[in-house]
Design a protein around this ligand. Structure first.
Ligand code: CLF
Ligand code: SF4
Length: 493
């Protein structure tokens, strides 16, 4: 089990609530409002300022803040066996897939439209559909335009790393504060199973040679970013039988080179995607295999466990995609930026974070006072804000937490098809949801109907709505207490 991720230790500098919430050394994420630890380390205030409104770099922030991607970088300089950028389905959620490719001017217009309407927007990312470092002119032009118009938006890129070293100085000049490098191997023998070719300095390379060059460029890029204080996240795609065991080695290498986070993501593989892996029948890991590997990686660089494997044109809070509301045909060409909603929202978030800190204190006290053992695995339906505020039937995913006497830890999420379709529950869908909830003891949601509740019970899972709209950590600590014969209903009420 990974380490719990919140401590109420006093920070060395005057803390905000958020700083107190972001204290993990080896927890599952950069931070979380959940999780209680006596061995958690403090994060310095400069780092907190960088991550406190970045939904990917801080698990706590992903409850409050949204990212958007603009699909300006279409060209790519390598081929990954899990990618087919020709495929486009708006129901698909995975990197490399987009509906609408944009010029930098169109991207600016889209960012303005989203910033005017989505108060949670805090980060603009360029994550394809090709490679942001390779298609650099468009990436750069987009960031320049957007940061002139909306100076407080954080800039973020995701890259395969091959062209990264050429642009690190420019990244620093442009104030691009967050970079993700996808690193799937540190051994070219493993790499050649993943990358059939790369295109580097006007030449195409294949086999071991290709993977050796890619590996060297990735390591160099990571080292250069670390030297400049740019926060770097490493994404690794877990491919069973190819690099699953090897990712332990990858974790060591990137830890030594100053990565800020390591995000191990499951391979998404299906023959209909037309990828080499999909067509070859290469399977992805299931949720339990992924978690087992993540648990083995604890102790190195902090792990990200809340990634939703976004499309290259995703918009909104992680786990939701509002991209279809902001297609170019819906945006007036002369639209100007109005930051009023974003500004007002930030004040609200500060208050919410203060409330969460109080809830967290109470939860920690509760758990720490118990002399019990064992753990409880809880799936939560939430729309954000750190509360249990989604109906069972509307949930498209559950966030999963583990509670034990030492704390409450965010351990990942499970995607599902929503049970409720047009006011009616779908029996077939419920079977899929129950399968996705394997290993879960309790589902917490704002509302749940008698029928799904009954079927969940038959599958050994309890669906509970009495904690509807409560803070997640307050509810889980109370549940954990009651599982151990301690009644906290007074405290909750
Ligand atoms: Fe986008 Fe990536 Fe920046 Fe986030 S996504 S470029 S770091 S703003 Fe985030 Fe999406 Fe996971 Fe990426 S959830 S796929 S980790
Ligand atoms: Fe696809 Fe990204 Fe790999 Fe390029 S680097 S082939 S865009 S997954």
């Amino acid at each position: 089990m990974n380490a719990p991720i919140v401590s109420l230790e006093s920070p060395t500098q005057t803390p905000s609530a958020g700083q107190l919430l972001t204290t993990a050394k080896s927890g599952g994420c950069a931070s979380s409002f959940c999780g209680l630890s006596s061995r958690a380390a403090k994060i310095d205030s400069a780092t907190w300022e960088k991550i406190k409104d970045h939904p990917c770099f801080s698990e706590e922030a992903h409850h409050h803040f949204a990212r958007m991607h603009v699909a300006v970088a279409s060209a790519c300089n390598i081929q990954c066996n899990y990618c087919n950028r020709k495929y486009d389905c708006t129901n698909e959620s995975r990197p490399g897939v987009v509906s609408e490719k944009l010029t930098p001017e169109q991207a600016l217009l889209k960012v303005i439209a989203v910033a005017n309407e989505v108060p949670q927007l805090s980060v603009l990312g360029i994550a394809g559909p090709g490679d942001a470092s390779y298609d650099w002119a468009k990436t750069r032009a987009t960031f320049e335009r957007v940061s002139r118009e909306i100076p407080d938006i954080k800039l973020c890129i995701s890259t395969n790393g091959l062209a990264l070293p050429e642009h690190v100085d420019e990244l620093a000049e442009l104030n691009i504060s967050h970079v993700t490098i996808t690193i799937n191997m540190v051994d070219p023998a493993v790499g050649q199973e993943i990358y059939p070719w790369i295109f580097y300095r006007h030449r195409r390379y294949t086999g071991m040679e290709a993977s050796k060059i890619l590996h060297e460029r990735q390591m160099l890029g990571l080292e250069m970013l670390s030297e400049r204080g740019i926060l770097t996240k490493v994404n690794s795609v877990m491919i069973p039988g190819i690099n699953d065991q090897h990712l332990i080695e990858v974790n060591k290498w990137v830890t030594e080179r100053g990565a800020f986070l390591h995000n191990v993501m499951p391979l998404i593989s299906d023959p209909t995607h037309g990828t080499r892996f999909g067509l070859n029948g290469q399977r992805g890991p299931n949720a339990l295999e992924l978690k087992a590997l993540q648990d083995r990686l604890e102790g190195g660089v902090k792990l990200m466990r809340h990634c939703r494997q976004c499309r290259a044109d995703a918009v909104g809070l992680l786990g939701t995609d509002r991209g279809q509301e902001f297609t170019l045909d819906q945006i007036p060409p002369d639209l100007g930026y109005n930051g009023g909603k974003r500004l007002a929202y930030r004040e609200v978030v500060e208050r919410i974070r203060d409330d969460q800190l109080v809830a967290q204190n109470q939860a920690m006290t509760t758990l720490a006072s118990m002399s019990v053992r064992g753990s409880l695995r809880v799936a939560v339906a939430t729309k954000g804000g750190g509360r249990i505020n989604e109906h069972f039937g509307h949930a498209k995913e559950f966030q999963v937490y583990e509670a034990s006497q030492t704390g409450i830890t965010f351990v990942g999420h499970r995607k599902i098809e929503p049970y409720c379709r047009g006011g009616w529950g779908e029996e077939g869908t419920l079977d899929g949801i129950i399968a996705a909830l394997k290993g879960i003891d309790i589902v917490l949601c704002a509302r749940i109907g008698e029928c799904p509740k009954k079927q969940l019970i038959e599958a050994g899972i309890r669906g509970i709505e009495v904690f509807g709209y409560e803070h997640i950590e307050t509810a889980i600590s109370a549940l954990y207490a009651s599982e151990n014969g301690i009644d906290l209903s007074q405290a909750i009420a």
